[in-house]
Design a protein around this ligand. Sequence first.
Ligand SMILES: Nc1ncnc2c1ncn2[C@@H]1O[C@H](COP(=O)(O)OP(=O)(O)OP(=O)(O)O)[C@@H](O)[C@H]1O
Length: 410
Amino acid sequence: MKQVSHDNSSLGTCASASFVLFLSECLPAAASIATIVSSDSCELGSDEYDIDEYAEPYKGYVKGLYYPVEIGEELDEKYVVEHKLGHGGFSTVWMARDKTTSKLVALKIGVGRATETEIAMQTELGTSVANLLALQAVFNLQGKDEQCHRVLVYPLLGPSLQSCLGKMPMQYRMNAAKQLLCAIASLHEKGIVHRDLNSANVLWHATTPEYSKPAKTLSLPSSSWKPGVRTLPLEFPTSLVKKDISLGDLGLAIKAGTSVSMKVQSPAAYCAPERFHDVNPSYASDVWSFMCLFAELYTGVIPFPGPGGKMVSMYIVLGLGPMPATWEGKYNGGGEADSRWYDPRTTTEPVRTIQGLLERTRPEADQTERNLVESVLMKGFCYLPEQRISAAALMTDPAFNAVMDKYGVS
Ligand SMILES: Nc1ncnc2c1ncn2[C@@H]1O[C@H](COP(=O)(O)OP(=O)(O)OP(=O)(O)O)[C@@H](O)[C@H]1O
């Protein structure tokens, strides 16, 4: 489940003419996203959840995409499933105890063979990448109609960045930013583009909470080819979350220079603008996504929010000014492009610029600190990928390191 927290605090109060102009076509979407704004809590009581709404879609089981699992079930004669951890488009993830070691692990049960890329990348990289969730083992399960589900065994980690970012102290958030940057720089050094950097794919380390069986489960109907349940993930109280993170989900990773048919990234809020314009993912597009995450970690909000490429592009233009005129006619990010995005006369909306964002969200930070953060962000939020700072250069960037120093991150 990916949730995106949107910063719509200024809607309606700071709208200038150009802002209203752009927003007018997007307001219905803006209103509807307000209703799916994520909570920043990791401690929602299970009664507040609706399994049907937040667990993996039931039709995924009907189609034989997800492998049905029961709590207490033994898999591969080794792992006993104790709880649920999450799901994505390509998997369900369960907490299980390894009978041979008595340790808890995370089992990522793939949709068919959709996890092959992740397995191949993980196998190639081994433990060579700093702060990357490292694969421990792989096994197969036979699914509906003899379909093979690949299962990836990972160390058990805590909640994703997105699920409780707002509650974490700044030192933890800046430590997460530094560790994430190390992971990306390390991946790039090995020639790999992650391609899917977002706050659901970065996990905090955490102490496992006291837990019992999931409080609420929905059994799959008896007509299912195999018994199984849908349920909500284990909740991690914020107090058990540690300051370290690991980057996960190499499911879409590619070798740098690979051409892919799906250029854009989802959620669109982390997607580099050139990818909306038919350009392949690259090291530079990973750096744009990192900058979105860094901004989110620093400010608590996503800098260019939106459920799709059109709204995200609009916010990018309001924040950074017009996109390169050479991109006009190449937009392929969902919906129709707006010619004003490429018009050199289009101006930024002060409240939506990086400076405006920092003033709004971090009024307590002094001007020197805000200038440092702005300078870091603007090295990544360049339209032309070739002008964007590299992850390795950012590691030694004086402004980035000054921000880290300020929050005691070494
Ligand atoms: N090792 C782990 N420890 C704890 N929770 C995990 C672990 N791995 C994954 N999860 C949880 O399961 C969720 C889904 O995992 P992941 O993003 O890897 O799946 P996916 O099917 O590849 O998703 P996507 O559709 O985003 O590509 C994560 O957001 C996280 O909450």
